[in-house]
Design a protein around this ligand. Structure first.
Ligand code: TYD
Length: 209
């Protein structure tokens, strides 16, 4: 049996990545691939409880507490869901993963990026994405798309979100083999075309189909 693929979708809140992820799921399923969709934080039972705190707790959440909550969710998610799915030959499409921690907690919150990379390494325990799509959009457009109903992370403010975007772009330069940039300022159809092409190339490369 073919080994599966692990593809992560990253970008700002309001970048449109979730819409693209769902469109890609349908596209790949029509081609006959076995696809699973998941997300961080909070795709599993335990993770949903962590997600509730991360996005809706209205008291103070210390920066280090926030980091460990995201990482706890990730460790559980990789071990009990992502790793088995890849081993079963599935294509795993994951909405946010390790790069979110570097972009949001590292570049956004100003926590030590090097340390976060080490912590991510512990959380994922050897499982790394084959491909990461970075949906890059100007912070102004992203904020407009998010609208006025904001969760705890979305409410932080525009300067924070600009730092997050820059962080993602730094990561893209650093890991240019793995991270591919998609211009998410474009229309949904154009972004889908670009996304589809990148993923089709990856599948051809890795699975020869
Ligand atoms: P979510 O509603 O899933 O946002 P989106 O649909 O934009 O992905 O909320 C997840 C929020 O958590 C989002 O603001 C990004 C943030 N986040 C981090 O700060 N660090 C992380 O490691 C992860 C996975 C997410």
């Amino acid at each position: 049996m073919k080994k599966g693929l692990f593809i992560t979708f990253e970008g700002a809140d309001g970048s449109g990545k979730t819409t693209q992820l769902n469109n890609i799921k349908s596209f790949l399923e029509q081609k006959g691939f076995d696809v699973v969709v998941t997300r961080e934080p909070g795709s599993l039972e335990l993770g949903k409880k962590i997600r509730e705190i991360l996005l809706h707790y209205d008291g103070v959440v210390a920066d280090r507490c926030e980091i460990f909550l995201f990482l706890a969710d990730r460790a559980q998610h990789v071990e009990t869901f992502i790793k088995p799915a890849i081993e079963e030959g599935k294509i795993v499409l994951c909405d946010r993963h390790t790069d979110s921690t570097i972009a949001y907690q590292g570049y956004g919150r100003g926590q030590d990026v090097q340390l976060l990379k080490e912590l991510n390494k512990i959380a994922v325990n050897g499982i790394y994405p084959d491909l990461t799509l970075l949906f890059d959009v100007s912070t102004e457009v992203a904020q407009e798309r998010v609208g006025s109903e904001k969760d705890r992370m979305e409410s932080i403010g525009i300067e924070f979100h600009k730092k997050v975007r820059n962080g993602y772009l730094e990561l893209k330069n650093e890991y240019s083999d793995r991270i591919k940039l998609v211009n998410a300022n474009n229309s949904i159809e154009e972004v889908f075309e670009e996304t589809k092409n990148i993923i089709t190339n990856l599948i051809q490369q890795k699975q020869g189909v």
